[in-house]
Design a protein around this ligand. Structure first.
Ligand code: AGP
Length: 571
């Protein structure tokens, strides 16, 4: 049963025989893509906090074999040292890190009038609530007092207690101790096995091992699974964004290698569906919009594409035969999980396309398509976006029983993608970035499947360079947006949209053409191969590079843009 999901922080804990300070610091650094406005650590009941990234944390003099840590993306309470986690109770014996939202925190706090609260956060109530509670009673106390979603790690009486209520929490087994973490990524190369907690599980971790209990307090066994290889997620370039852009020649190949049985089952679900809905957010939503054009063109199928946060307004279309395809690289996006909850309550079928095995979406879906892109660390989606588009094209082709030709087309597409990420393309795009680096406003236009490409390009530029970039369908321009065009206004035009280009040119706009064929109206031309229905893929890659270069020139962090986080678990 899926409930509302919470917050966007990273929580981490360690108990064992090794130096907890370094293990927790390393773990937090690898969780920072989840939120990076402030951080904190507690070891041996001594707490250190900072505003900004984990590298700002001063842990001089801290020592011990057990503790907790946190990286924050603020929602309740401003970005301050006091509001950073860990939070402790009045005695300082209980330290808590939390990922989620305590919806009834004000009521709980008002029932603890004699306590000395030090922050404006919802999370701190957890520490004070547990003040006169025995360790074994902790899960029941939180379950009975708190409303919302919470993954929590508590360090109390020489034990680490982890509780999962909606927000994800995993347990890492090592030869020297136990790790608790928001996700599996910080365990890679550190732990030897991982156990995924089910909803409302509690784990008690001691120096010599751990025990897991279900929501009724019964001991349960959660399988210890292998971890992805230690190469995954290693940074071999200036930034993860550039590295992940450059991986796309390989990742689209991995996306297309799916089990024929799964593809066949899903294409049967499409064939018998009473209506098909794609639901997603952000870049994944743009991939779904592109996928809808492919379903229309290749499979002759109509698809409703709905943005996650709007899905509940379409619930009356749902019926037992409806097929909902939920697309989310992280598998933890709250608006998508909420849409799946609504679909499930109408007994609709749910297929998911995700990049994270064992994510909440993975666990909630009837059929699973794993993107195999490898972890995407940069907050901006690049390689996962193109993998989603390729996977949706594969599904569309499977609906007409022809996956062979699409797999053949992907082979030549890979060559085009390698060329799009070549050094010469990078040098050429850098010239454009230099031209555009001081603009305040920039527009993108496209038609058909290249309209979502224009949307995705605008999103990439917005997210990482903070330039106001806006996308329009080329045909819509003359119905209003063209009023924005004045001499020198930059417009990126995808594919062949000659009328719109002429309309912009006649008002002095500066036109950047991304197209196979030249147009004399172009002031800057990025020549791309004609890749047919894969044009959205070859045409977005130069834009990913442009966004990256604009960020570098404007001194913005390409991997951790302001105000964003990689996985949006808040509604
Ligand atoms: C894209 O660059 C952003 N990171 C964001 O829009 C993202 O696509 C959106 O939050 C959806 O994430 P998901 O695919 O993990 O669900």
């Amino acid at each position: 049963m899926l409930q509302e999901c919470g917050f966007m922080c990273g929580i981490f804990g360690y108990i064992g025989s090794h130096d907890a300070v370094q293990i927790i610091r390393d773990g937090l650094s690898r969780l920072e893509y989840r939120g990076y406005d402030s951080a904190g650590i507690e070891v041996a009941h001594s707490i250190r906090k900072c505003v900004g990234p984990v590298c700002n944390l001063d842990t001089t003099g801290l020592a011990g074999f057990a503790g907790v840590g946190h990286t924050r993306w603020a929602t309740t309470g401003a970005v301050t040292v006091d509001n950073a986690h860990p939070h402790s109770d009045c005695s300082g014996e209980i330290s808590v890190v939390h990922n989620g939202i305590i919806e009834n925190w004000r009521e709980v706090r008002s029932c603890l009038p004699d306590h000395n609260f030090k922050s404006d956060t919802d999370s701190e109530v957890i520490a004070h609530l547990l003040e006169r509670c025995s360790i074994s009673d902790i899960p029941r106390t939180l379950a009975s007092h708190l409303v919302g979603s919470f993954a929590v790690i508590i360090h109390y009486g020489g034990v680490l207690i982890g509780i999962r209520h909606e927000s994800p929490l995993v347990v890492g087994h090592t030869s020297h101790g136990t790790i608790l973490s928001s996700d599996v990524y910080p365990l890679i190369g550190v732990a030897d096995k991982v156990a995924y907690l089910e909803n409302d599980d509690a784990v008690f971790a001691f120096e010599d091992g751990f025990k897991i209990y279900d929501s009724h307090g019964n001991p349960v066994h959660r399988p210890l699974c292998d971890l992805p290889s230690s190469q995954v997620g290693a940074l071999n370039s200036d930034h993860y964004m550039l590295q992940e852009i450059s991986e796309q020649g390989d990742t689209i190949q991995r996306a297309i290698s799916q089990s024929p049985g799964t593809i066949e089952r899903i294409s049967d679900m499409v064939a018998t569906a009473h209506g098909i809905m794609f639901v997603a957010c952000g870049s994944s939503y743009h991939a779904c919009l592109t996928g809808a054009y492919m379903f229309s063109k290749i499979a002759g199928k109509h698809v409703n594409v709905i943005v996650g946060s709007e899905f509940e307004h379409y619930r009356h279309f749902l019926e037992p035969g409806t097929l909902v395809v939920a697309v989310s690289q992280s598998g933890e996006t709250a608006d998508v999980l909420n849409a799946v909850r609504i679909a499930k309550s109408a007994n609709s079928n749910v297929v998911c396309i995700t990049n994270v095995v064992e994510s909440s979406l993975y666990r909630a879906s009837d059929e699973l398509l794993i993107m195999n892109s490898g972890p995407e660390i940069c907050v901006l989606s690049t390689k996962t976006y193109t993998s989603q588009v390729v996977l949706l094209a594969l599904l569309a082709a499977a609906c007409v029983g022809d996956t062979t030709s699409i797999k053949r087309d992907v082979q030549s597409l890979c060559v085009d993608v390698f060329n799009m990420t070549s050094q010469s393309m990078r040098n050429y795009v850098m010239q454009l970035a230099m031209i555009l680096s001081d603009v305040e406003h920039l527009y993108t236009i496209g038609s058909g499947p290249l309209y979502p490409t224009a949307m995705e390009a605008a999103l990439k530029i917005k997210e990482v360079s903070y330039i106001h970039a806006e996308a329009f369908s080329a045909g819509e321009l003359k119905h209003g947006p063209i009023a924005l065009i004045e001499p020198g206004t930059p417009v990126i035009a995808f594919g062949s949209v000659p009328n719109a280009v002429d309309e912009i040119k006649s008002r002095g706009g500066y036109i950047i053409g991304v197209a196979a064929k030249h147009n004399p109206a172009f002031d800057f031309w990025i020549k791309v191969p004609d890749s047919g229905y894969f044009d959205p893929i070859v045409q977005i890659i130069p834009m990913q590079l442009l966004a990256y270069d604009l960020a570098l020139i404007r001194d913005c962090d390409p991997d951790r843009p302001r105000n964003l986080a990689k996985c949006v678990t808040v509604r």
